[in-house]
Structure formats: structure tokens, C-alpha cells
Ligand binder design. Sequence first.
Ligand code: NAD
Ligand code: TYD
Length: 414
Amino acid sequence: MCVLDLRCIGISRLASRKPAAPPVFLQCLHEHKTQKVTLLHPISEFEKAHSKAESMSNSILVTGGAGFIGSNFVLQWIENVATPLVNLDLLTYAGNPANLVTLEDDSRYRLVRGDICDAEFVAAVLRDNRPRAIVHFAAESHVDRSIADPSDFIRTNVLGTFTLLEQAKLYWSGMDEAARRTFRFLHVSTDEVYGSLGWDEAAFSESTAYAPNSPYAASKAASDHLVRAYFHTYGFPVLTTNCSNNYGPFQFPEKLVPLIILNALERKPLPLYGDGRNVRDWLFVEDHCLAIRTVLERGRVGETYNIGGNSERKNLEVVTTICNLVDEFCPDDGSGPRKDLIKFVADRPGHDRRYAIDAAKISQELGWRPAVEFESGLRKTVAWYLEHRSWVQNVRSGAYMDWIRQNYEERVQP
Ligand code: NAD
Ligand code: TYD
């Protein structure tokens, strides 16, 4: 049995976010139109009837706020900023309104369910809520899924971003002069657009040439180019952030960190692609959210800011550290150390070797730097997953299990 004293590891605030049943304060303007995306939470008449009525004018609009980084951003925003926030999210398999259940009674928060690819819907959300800024997280985000089937990535990341940009530009064009001057569209992107680094190469800076290697990275690169073009062509006030691998609470357990935590806990095999020596630069999600708020507030319009955790680690190191933490929290029951469960499996096709971010620009211009060291952030994250078993159970739907079977059963030992 695992014994976990959250007071010892300083995450009482996170631990208090106990997810429960999905909230009922959904405002549905349109039904989702396409059939391809898997909806985890079907829109019900009940949900539609419980929409919030009060005005959210002068709010910010967040897309994808029910996903991993979006949820952390929304919670951090509502805790620290007075401005109301509207969350536009399709609630695909990766979006979970239960992450935000603690905001159910907060009049400054509203969830609007719908698709960024639906121009009429996006226009209606903008018209009804009159946001003063947009922070765009919504995306398909998992590289392995993009390899298995890129089509949703092109649809949401490219066409969705285009639709959002176009409708936001129209909305912005109709604003009065003062509001136009302060309006911002912040696009959240990834370091994966820069491609792969060799061992001795300098970290990615904002001037590194784009060289995306996976369908996911290519779709994000396309969206970054569209955002850039809307600034250069129309003077639309954009900001772009390119961040490294995030980890922390609420991450869907298809990504390395939560997958390994849960497998280690359950003493299942711990799959490491290839030789396990690929390097990522790990960024604690709350540091990332603060960086986004900083760029939104003080970033120079039209600029790009790289955001990294200054924590390059080989995958094998990450997995071993997680194993040691789980061993510490859930002491040995005679089955041996969890690192013995590591299993090297077939590599990801086109697997990028190394990502590293040079975050000097955001640090020098805006004064932001990561505050959470990798080992302490990982400790908080492992503790969060151990403490939130019901959250884990809820997100592991049949569709999730299908994905795990599809991705891992066919990987043979190299
Ligand atoms: P996620 O997959 O956890 O969440 C994505 C969210 O977008 C979900 O809530 C989903 O329901 C929503 N969504 C998907 N398609 C939509 C659509 N068509 N319309 C409206 N909503 C839709 O993603 P995440 O890990 O939180 O990533 C957020 C953003 O940050 C993405 O743009 C991603 O590319 C970027 N990013 C993530 C990481 C990381 O390590 N997770 C690193 C760099 C950049
Ligand atoms: P992931 O969390 O999918 O993020 P990204 O591909 O965006 O970097 O993967 C992080 C690293 O871990 C990446 O090098 C692939 C590797 N990985 C594994 O070795 N095993 C796994 O089961 C997964 C999901 C990822």
C-alpha cells in the first residue's frame, strides 16, 4: 500500500483540486459537426440548459483550456488574475472538464464547448464574450498519434488555427482604436518545430530555422507560420511561444512522464523507445503557465519567445528517477526495484534525438526564468498522480486502452 503525506512535499494546493463529476456549466453554441474526433463527454441537453448567463466582457478567451497545459493555465489565471476567462474547448479525448471542477461556482470562469475549426461558432463566441485577448492552446498534441494518423493534426492544428486567426482578425478589425491597440493573440507552440539537435549543437533559439520532423511538429510549424503571416500581412497583434516538454498534474497518461508513473505504480513494463538516450528539456507546467502570462502582459507584438526548463535529461534518466520516486512513496513489497521493469522497445519512426531550449530572450527581455528544478517538479508530479487515483481511472476510458494496445503491442524488442 502507498503512504503519501502531501504536507511533506508541499503540494497541498494541488492536492486540494479533487476532481469530481464533470461540471454542468457548459455553454454550447453549436454541436460538434465532424464525425472523426472522438468525444469523451457527449454534449447533453442537461449541459446545454445549465449555461452561465452573466456577461464575460473584457475577459480573455483560452482555447484548449480543458487539456493538460490549458487546465493548469486556467487554474493559475483564476487564482492570480481578476480578469474573467472563457474556455473554448471541444473536449476531445484529451480535454477533461473535471480538471476545472473547482471553478464551478466561480463567476469569472465559463466553459464553452465547441470546435476551433467551426468559423460560425468561433465568431459567435467572440461576439458574445468580447475578449480582450486570446491564448490559443487547442491542438492535437501527441507525436505517436500523429504518426499513426496525421489527419486530425492537420485539421485542428492547421485548419483550426487558421479559422481561429481569421475570425479573431475580423473581430479585432471591428474593435475601437484603443481596444485594437491592446488586443493580443498568443499562440502556444512547441520546440519540436525546430527539428532535432546533435549532442554538441547549441540549443534552439528564436532564430533557429524550422525543420519539423513528425506530422505533429509539421502541423505546429504550419500554424506558427500562419500566425506570423497574420502579423506581417494584416498587423494582427500576435505573440508566439515555443516551449519544451511540459510535465506536471493533469497530463494525459499517453505522454512519457504520466505513463511511466502509472505503469511503475502498477508494476507494468516501462517502455523506452530505441536506446532510451533521446534528450528532452523538461519544463514544469506551472513555470510554463507563468511564462505565458508574462509574455501576454509584456511581450513585444509580433515576437516569438522560447520557453524551456533548463533541464535536459535523457529518457532513461527520467524513467529511472520516476522509478526511484515511486519506490520511495510505495516501498518495496518484495517485488524488487521498479527500474527492473524498464523494457527497451522498437523506436518511434523519425524519433528526434535531442531538444534543448535557449531561453535567454524571455529571461533578458521579460525577466522570466524557470523556478522549479526537474527533480522537485517530478517529485510533486509523482505525488499528484498517486494522490489522484480517481482522476486516473476516469481518463482511462476504453478509447485510451485501445490506444495503449495499438501503440505498444506491436512494438517488438529491437
Ligand atoms: P492536450 O492534448 O493535453 O490538450 C489539448 C486540448 O485541446 C484538449 O482540451 C482538447 O479537447 C482541445 N482541443 C483539441 N482539438 C480541439 C478543437 N478542434 N477545438 C477546440 N478544442 C480542441 O495538449 P497540451 O499538452 O495541454 O498542449 C497544449 C498546447 O501546448 C498545444 O498547442 C501543444 O502543441 C503545445 N505544447 C505542448 C507541450 C507538452 O509538453 N504538452 C510542449 C510544447 C507545446
Ligand atoms: P512524449 O512524452 O511523447 O513527448 P514528445 O514526443 O513530444 O517529446 O515523449 C517524450 C520522450 O519519451 C520522447 O523521446 C519519446 C519517449 N517515449 C518513450 O521512450 N516511451 C514511451 O512510451 C513514450 C510515450 C515516449
